[in-house]
Design a protein around this ligand. Structure first.
Ligand SMILES: Nc1ncnc2c1ncn2[C@@H]1O[C@H](COP(=O)(O)OP(=O)(O)OP(=O)(O)O)[C@@H](O)[C@H]1O
Length: 313
């Protein structure tokens, strides 16, 4: 559906996107991550046909975008980070106008607008001026504009930026609901969003792809992956020394101790969680386990490890 091959884009002497290649097919929600200035927006704009590559190609639905941007754009819904809206229009009027520019007229236009108002939960503000909308409704009006022609590809730059937790949830639910039939790329800094809705994460740093995997697999590269948090009915010093001596434990940290219970964090060594050894040891010593959890690792740690701050401009 989207095929990016060896994409490079220069701005004067600066290479903003450097030999980027990836594919996105329907059913994928790809989280495009990277520090400020890493090249995310430039890549999205090249896919959307608003910026020509310095070299390399972008194909959308089998067609080279640079050769015929309008043909590719019929398949694409692109929501830029600060999408412009006509502030002096009413919501419904604006969407009808966009529908017309997309080639819908008469009854077809009305049906499209009604359907999108319903889908984006905008019915109650349909007669409201865009300049009076709250940020959440404004963002959803942008999304409605992006979805109006029912594109197979969605390119969403920071779709939930500036929204409150409830509004974020509404937008994420909408993305999740559309995901099975569309190829979706979301540029975001919000790692929690990647975990919540993305099936794949691509990390770009200084214009180059430095990771491409599922969020779960990336989390496994985190130094905290496999660490064990436990609360055990044993004296602190004894528990620390016994669990610390286990072969699969690299480091022990005491988190808390009270009422004969000790809370510890055990960092795994050798990439294997020591959870089984921990329960075996507790059983042998006759120690009660009150709580036991394995940490999955944090995407944030992986992101920080594989990107650098030199991109920030
Ligand atoms: N029109 C332009 N003219 C000159 N330089 C540009 C232009 N657009 C982007 N750049 C530069 O290209 C690099 C990549 O920018 P881009 O906006 O793609 O990064 P980004 O990953 O989207 O950043 P952010 O997370 O801050 O939005 C930056 O150094 C930026 O300053």
């Amino acid at each position: 559906m989207i095929e990016v091959r060896n994409l490079c884009r220069d701005f004067g002497p600066r290479r903003a996107v450097d030999d980027v290649s990836f594919e996105v097919n329907p059913g994928t929600v790809l989280g495009f991550l990277g520090p400020n200035g890493a090249g995310k927006t430039t890549t999205l704009r090249a896919i959307a046909g608003y910026l020509s590559p310095t070299s390399g190609t972008v194909r959308v639905a089998g067609r080279d975008v640079a050769e015929d941007p309008p043909a590719a754009q019929r398949h694409i819904g692109y929501m830029p980070e600060n999408a412009p809206l006509y502030d002096d229009m009413l919501v419904e009027e604006f969407l009808a106008f966009v529908a017309e520019t997309r080639g819908f007229t008469g009854e077809a236009r009305k049906e499209r607008v009604d359907a999108i108002l319903e889908r984006c939960f905008l019915k109650e503000v349909r007669h409201q001026g865009i300049d009076t909308l709250s940020r959440g409704y404004r963002r959803r009006t942008c999304l409605a504009q992006t979805l109006l022609h029912d594109p197979d590809i969605l390119l969403l730059d920071e779709p939930t930026e500036g929204l409150d937790p409830n509004q974020k949830q509404v937008v994420r639910d909408m993305i999740r609901e559309m995901a099975p039939k569309k190829a979706i790329v979301i540029s975001t800094h919000v790692l929690e969003e990647v975990e919540a809705i993305c099936t794949r994460a691509v990390i770009i740093s200084s214009g180059r792809i430095v990771a491409d995997d599922t969020p779960d697999c990336l989390k496994r590269q985190s130094p905290g992956h496999g660490a064990v948090r436990l609360c055990v009915g044993a004296p602190a010093a004894e528990a620390e020394s016994a669990f610390g001596a286990l072969e699969g434990v690299r480091e022990v940290r005491r988190l808390d101790t009270a009422d004969g219970r000790t809370e510890l964090r055990l960092v795994a060594s050798g990439g294997r969680t020591p959870i089984q050894d921990v329960t075996d040891l507790a059983r042998r010593r006759d120690w009660v386990i009150y709580d036991l959890r394995m940490e999955e690792g944090r995407l944030e740690d992986v992101f920080r490890r594989i990107t650098t701050t030199e991109d920030a401009h």
